[in-house]
Design a protein around this ligand. Sequence first.
Ligand SMILES: [Zn+2]
Length: 85
Amino acid sequence: MFRICSIESMERIRLDSINDFARQGYLVRVTCNACGNVSDRNPIELMRELHERRISLAIDTLEHRMKCAACGARQAIIRPKFPDA
Ligand SMILES: [Zn+2]
């Protein structure tokens, strides 16, 4: 028996907001495009923090809002980090 794994089903998982990361069980990996500083955030904690500050959970918005602690640049790239099994 073979199961066909289509790319299509992968693409159906959309990560448009921190909410989606939480639902998929991914960590939020934030990489600074300026200095390469990497930090992994728990999406649940991040959501709580964003709610308190009334900031949108949308990835697009966040990438512009997040400031690198190391170099101060606002060039964050947000990607999913798959938790180690
Ligand atoms: Zn940086």
